[in-house]
Design a protein around this ligand. Structure first.
Ligand SMILES: *[C@@H]1O[C@H](CO)[C@@H](O)[C@H](O)[C@H]1NC(C)=O
Ligand SMILES: *[C@@H]1O[C@H](CO)[C@@H](O)[C@H](O)[C@H]1NC(C)=O
Length: 483
């Protein structure tokens, strides 16, 4: 570089070099002025490249240290994004990782335990759903089932529930108002599928009604006086609010007529829990790539047993989030009185603890359906939510295989690295077990779609555990003094 630089300097010092000496070359590439221009550009270019390299080098050194602080302000431009003022900022503007599905059938390798690689297959894009064979070892499956039995399982659903009656009283609706609420197409008649939606929402977690049941109830109550299979307002008015339920209770309800027919228990996974339970939690954290604190602060592991004939009709693990909705896990921290509450289960991880001899698949009735329409779930007497009858009409079914885990997102992304709207396609249920017993476990990861509420909640928990640690230290010191 030394020589051309030299030349350049000299040229600049003597710009009026006699070009006319070689007139024929005035505009050729050999001319001095051309050379000067090229060299100036060349040097400017080299200096730019060097500066750029310095810049990149310097920045990448800092990036890791700053990532958690800087990234969110770009990823997460919410107006209320200012941080809470007090000290332990556990979840300062975090961006949640969402695993990419790519396409159905796509397989990606995941590292969950040292020295082993698992394969994760995309089962559907709507909802974003994955399957990981061999997620749990045989020992882990056995230990979880044994611990659950030791703790004792309870009925997942009681036979009679009176909640709906109270709700109707509280809302103080007249028969006309209820009728209008139900009469979706506003034709002044209640068609079967309209009453159906009523019974699904009113008898939620209660008694499951099939079209035959409904006809039977109509007949039993002599509700449909003109016998045309429809209820007019006059006919409806003659029924009491809980007429359907009362009729069924009088007639007797079998377990198979409930929304779910299973037994379950909860296993705590924190400090001091069985090592297998803690290992499972660690694997879930690696699998979902979420901040460990979110997994730590989620619900315990739920273990469910379905005996032969057991089922769970299609449902959502978590509800839609309106401004008036609070999350169960952050409700106390939020200090608000909201009319609605849901469990805000961002992710469901479902583990199969045994291979079922017959039936017991997990059905996703509308997985990857082109469109979704709640009313179309029940058509021509076919109720896609009914997993005792219509599992074969579900878009997707997962066969229970020992050790396999499936997981899916119950909410969409908000596009800024946080939890967005409920994913309606995440509808799922447990098909009836035709042979043997089915054991599964559920790990739900609870995240409040309201970022500030989640942050506040975590702060409170952190403060509390700090206080507890202090108390422990204090006790320990006292004991030492006593000795
Ligand atoms: C809850 O809110 C009320 C008023 O909205 C306030 O007076 C009270 O101090 C709050 N409690 C906590 C624990 O923040
Ligand atoms: C599934 O998609 C089809 C085609 O778009 C549609 O006709 C049908 O109603 C959808 N099913 C549901 C339950 O929305």
């Amino acid at each position: 570089l030394a020589t051309p630089l030299h030349t350049t300097e000299r040229d600049l010092a003597a710009p009026a070099a006699p070009c006319d000496r070689l007139p024929c070359h005035k505009s050729s590439v050999c001319s001095r002025s051309y050379f000067v221009v090229v060299m100036v550009f060349f040097h400017v270019y080299i200096i730019n490249v060097i500066l750029l390299l310095f810049y990149v080098h310097y920045n990448s050194g800092q990036e890791d240290a700053n990532r958690s602080r800087d990234a969110p302000s770009s990823n997460h431009q919410r107006p209320e994004s200012r941080r809470p003022p007090s000290k332990p900022e556990f979840l300062r503007d975090v961006s949640l990782t969402r695993i990419e599905g790519i396409r159905v059938g796509h397989v990606q390798k995941v590292s969950l335990v040292p020295g082993k690689v698992h394969e994760m297959r995309t089962l559907s894009m709507k909802p974003l759903l994955f399957e990981i064979p061999g997620f749990l070892s045989d020992d882990e499956c056995r230990v979880v089932m044994q611990l659950a039995q030791l703790k004792g399982l309870i009925e997942s659903q009681l036979m009679v529930q009176d909640g709906q009656e109270e709700l109707a009283k509280e809302l103080n609706l007249s028969p006309e108002e209820i009728f209008n609420l139900l009469d979706i197409n506003q034709d002044g008649q209640l068609q079967l599928h309209e009453v159906y939606i009523l019974t699904h929402s009113r008898v939620r977690d209660g008694i499951w009604l099939t079209p035959e049941n409904l006809r039977e109830i109509y007949a039993g109550l002599k509700a449909d006086k003109d016998g045309n299979g429809l209820l007019s307002l006059e006919e409806f008015r003659l029924l009491s609010n809980d007429a359907f339920q009362r009729f069924l209770l009088q007639r007797g309800v079998k377990r198979s007529q409930l929304v779910r027919n299973s037994r379950h228990t909860w296993l705590y996974q924190g400090k001091g829990a069985h090592q297998a339970l803690q290992d499972i939690k660690t694997k879930v954290t690696r699998l979902t790539r979420l901040p460990p604190v979110l997994v730590d602060l989620s619900e315990p592991l739920q273990v469910v047993r379905y005996d032969e004939g057991g089922h769970y009709h299609a449902h959502h693990d978590s509800g839609p989030v309106y401004p008036e909705t609070a999350c169960t896990h952050t409700r106390l921290a939020a200090n608000t009185s909201t009319p609605f509450e849901t469990s805000c289960r961002y992710i469901t991880v479902l583990f199969y603890l045994n291979s079922v001899e017959g039936g017991g698949e997990t059905a996703f009735p509308v997985a990857d359906n082109r469109t979704y329409d709640e009313v179309s779930l029940i058509q021509n007497d076919v109720d896609l939510l009914d997993t005792r009858r219509n599992c074969d009409k579900s878009n997707l079914r997962v066969k229970p295989t020992k050790g396999t885990a499936v997981f899916w997102y119950n909410y969409l992304s908000d596009g800024r690295g946080w939890v967005g709207e409920q994913d309606e396609y995440a509808l799922h249920g447990g098909c009836v077990v035709t042979h043997g017993t089915k054991w599964v476990a559920n790990k739900w990861i609870n995240i409040d779609p309201d970022y500030q509420r989640q942050a506040h909640y975590q702060q409170l928990v952190a403060q509390q555990s700090e206080d507890e640690d202090d108390a422990l230290d204090f006790n320990y010191q006292n004991q030492k003094q006593d000795w």
